[in-house]
Write a protein that binds this ligand. Structure first.
Ligand SMILES: [Zn+2]
Length: 78
């Protein structure tokens, strides 16, 4: 997988709900299907272009319809 510039690749969520990643404004989840970066800012409700990635800010978690293997977590370089 080619990683976007300006971001540090942290890994992929472990199988299971949430994967243990905390919601944080400097964290991004990348959808392997559409390649869109989705902010994990807990104050923003969002989903990616293809609708595969979705975030439930109220529940403090996110996931992909395509499975955890299609999600990559990044931290934005400051
Ligand atoms: Zn997508």
């Amino acid at each position: 997988m080619r990683h976007p510039t300006g971001y540090e690749f942290l890994g992929q969520p472990a199988t299971g709900a949430g994967g243990g990643w905390n919601m944080s404004p400097d964290l991004f989840a990348r959808c392997a299907h559409c390649g869109e970066m989705l902010s994990l800012d807990p104050n923003e409700m969002a989903s990616c272009s293809c609708g595969g990635l979705c975030k439930d800010a109220d529940a403090g978690r996110f996931g992909s319809r395509h499975g955890d293997a299609s999600v990559a977590i990044y931290r934005k370089h400051s």
